[in-house]
Design a protein around this ligand. Structure first.
Ligand SMILES: [Zn+2]
Length: 646
């Protein structure tokens, strides 16, 4: 197939609004951003805030911080003197372009299109004749190109440029931005292909971009290059650094590793790229390796929120079961990357565990980061805030982990732009299709209109207040006059779920029959609050419990604790059931003050007296710090057993 023939078969995506990931084989097929439309509900409100506020906020900051101006300065010859921002600042512009492309794809909004084209023109103007594009390297007075593969982020940067070009091609057709992405990809293959530099980038990202470009264009060279990059990891190619080579996954070959390790965002991005390579090359061994790593990572290295990364100094995964709540780094980008990885595995294998993790991560990491108005963000997502933070002013850029409250912009501002492209393309993760029907993975108020490969048209309308309420009404709006299969995910937490009043078990529910337009199915997921304990090997949360209601993790905030009751003195009474009340969850605690103030240890037998029981309202973790600064904890200590004096 020629590149033009492949692109014309891809042209069908434009009418469907595009979608980020389109494997050529696999268990499930993605739907386009116009085939699944979010309607008023939890996620549509956030997508609208992204559209109304976040995109403009990001563009303003990119101008103000000078990161967009870097491209202009490249054209006028004012680099490096005029260069602003960190070495990877270009990527925030590319992620904004990708977000704008998806936003335009799903809405067709002309102003979004104009905004995208004006930013893209500035970017494209800075590209050099051989396809190289980076405002931080290669000019007199700058470090030479590819002189610092460990930290330089040049290929990482190309990856986001290519993804922006792909998003544009899938939603509007080929244009200047797409052409720039092709030139960049060809340059990367020229320089790092056979006979070229035998290395890879310290931050994975080029891999997923090149595979997706192969999917879009049919040009095998891009896939081959991605496979080379994946396979070059794990052989000690990059320099040893203070964090060790595991930091950039250069310690163990991808197909030999058992668990994700090192820098969390790098790890999940590389794993996602390895899945893409495995799917497109039919490499069952590689796919099995990543599947094994994912399972072990979920079993041992993931927070209750779905957050990943428990080490601050290198933004990395901790060892197995090292998941201290007060050191939860859980970078927002690691949450985004985890969704990207799980989505690829879900499409390849159809296993609902991937969709379960996507749900957990969306509600507890992705939804937590942005402020209500979409102009402030958490970079890290702690599960235990010990001190009351101070909100940074709206015009101040802060170091990435310095703010313990949502900040408008960061020196390293990867998370806001990563959220922007995720919210703009969020509908892609709701449902899929296969030869015989439609699978609903995420429950949100939405309309689905699609056709199966044989042309059978299917329409669904989903009405729900989920996750506040577990009732999900699925109305058939279009159905062929023949049997087909509607598949529903019953989440791992949803024991006691019913469909049209009949008990169903957790996992996959497949309904194969003839449906009639107008009929409604009612799925009821019991979102009652429950106390959750951690595995004993997660020592940091032994003797504590968290509260989860449906997919949503709750937290205790100091603003909800009665005056005079010390926040740190509260113990949860495990004998009382948490109860729903006005959108919050009520638990009964006792205040047990420390016995001594001068030394934080005491004989076990000298237990302090329990205070009187006090009812306290918990709120969803994703809502924390929205009512002003507070201290907060997700894991609440249980009332300790009494030891009689001996
Ligand atoms: Zn980030």
């Amino acid at each position: 197939m020629t590149i033009n023939e492949t692109l014309s078969t891809e042209a069908g995506w434009i009418a469907r609004g595009g979608t980020p990931v389109t494997p050529r084989t696999g268990r499930l097929r993605p739907l386009g951003l116009r085939e699944v439309r979010l309607r008023d509900g939890f996620w549509q409100r956030r997508q609208q805030t992204n559209r109304d506020n976040s995109l403009a906020h990001i563009e303003q900051w990119l101008e103000k911080a000078g990161w967009l101006g870097n491209f202009d300065a490249a054209v006028t010859g004012d680099l490096p003197a005029a260069r602003r921002g960190r070495e990877f600042a270009d990527t925030e512009v590319y992620k904004l372009l990708e977000a704008l492309a998806w936003e335009h794809g799903r809405t067709g909004d002309e102003e979004t299109d104009r905004c995208l084209r004006s930013i893209a023109a500035r970017v494209v103007a800075a590209q050099e004749p051989d396809g190289y594009l980076n405002t931080n390297y290669g000019r007199p007075g700058q470090a030479p190109r590819y002189s610092d593969l460990e930290w330089g982020h040049e290929l990482y940067s190309f990856g986001y440029l290519i993804q922006a070009g792909i998003a544009r091609a899938r939603t509007a057709g080929e244009d200047e931005l797409f052409a720039a992405a092709i030139r960049a990809a060809d340059h990367v293959c020229d320089v790092f292909g056979p006979g070229g530099i035998e290395a890879f980038c310290g931050h994975a990202e080029i891999e997923i971009a090149l595979v997706e470009l192969y999917r879009l264009t049919g040009v095998r060279r891009y896939l081959d290059q991605a496979r080379l990059f994946v396979d070059r990891h794990g052989h000690g190619t990059l320099a040893d650094i203070e964090f060790g080579r595991s930091y950039f996954q250069d310690d163990i070959p991808v197909r030999d590793a058992d668990v994700l390790r090192g820098h969390a965002v790098r790890a999940v991005y590389l794993a996602a790229g390895a899945v893409d390579v495995a799917v497109e090359t039919g490499d069952a061994e590689l796919l099995a390796a990543v599947t094994r790593q994912w399972r072990n990572t979920i079993a041992r290295r993931t927070y209750i929120t779905g957050g990943m990364g428990s080490r601050h100094q290198d933004e990395a995964f901790g060892d197995d079961f090292v998941l201290p709540p007060d050191r939860s780094y859980s970078e927002t980008c690691a949450g985004v990357g985890s969704v990207l990885l799980a989505w690829r595995l879900l499409l390849a294998q159809g296993d609902l565990r991937y969709a379960d993790l996507i749900e957990r991560t969306l509600f507890n990491v992705i939804a937590t980061s942005p402020a209500d108005d979409g102009t402030r963000f958490f970079y890290t997502n702690t599960l235990h805030q010990r001190t009351v933070g101070a909100e940074p002013p709206a015009d101040v850029q802060v170091p990435r982990a310095a703010s313990n409250l949502r900040a408008p912009w960061f020196d390293v501002s990867c998370c806001p732009t990563n959220l922007a492209r995720t919210f703009a393309s969020l509908a892609a993760y709701v449902a899929t299709s296969d030869d015989d029907g439609v699978q609903i993975h995420q429950y949100a108020a939405a309309s689905i209109d699609t056709s199966l490969p044989d042309g059978r048209a299917i329409g669904l309308e989903i009405d729900t207040e989920y996750p506040a309420d577990g009732r999900i009404a699925i109305r058939i709006t279009r159905a062929p006059d023949a049997p087909w299969t509607l598949s529903l995910r019953v989440p791992d937490w949803a024991a006691g779920a019913t469909l049209d009043g009949l008990a169903i078990s957790r996992g996959l529910v497949q309904l194969r029959r003839r449906f009639t337009a107008g009929e409604t199915l009612v799925l009821d997921l019991p979102v009652r609050p429950r106390l959750i304990a951690g595995d004993d090997r997660i020592d940091a949360v032994r003797g504590a419990a968290a509260v989860q209601r449906g997919p949503v993790v709750y937290c205790l905030e100091s603003v909800d604790v009665p005056a005079g009751v010390p926040f740190d003195s509260l113990h949860l009474d495990p004998g009382t059931e948490p109860a729903d009340r006005d959108g919050s969850v009520i638990v009964t605690c006792r205040s047990t003050p420390p016995a001594r103030l001068d030394w934080p240890y005491r004989p076990l037998s000298e237990a302090p007296a329990d205070g009187a029981p006090v009812e306290i309202a918990l709120h969803p973790y994703h809502r924390w710090a929205r009512r002003g600064p507070s201290t907060m904890r997700v894991w609440i200590p249980l009332t300790p057993p009494k030891v009689s004096p001996g």
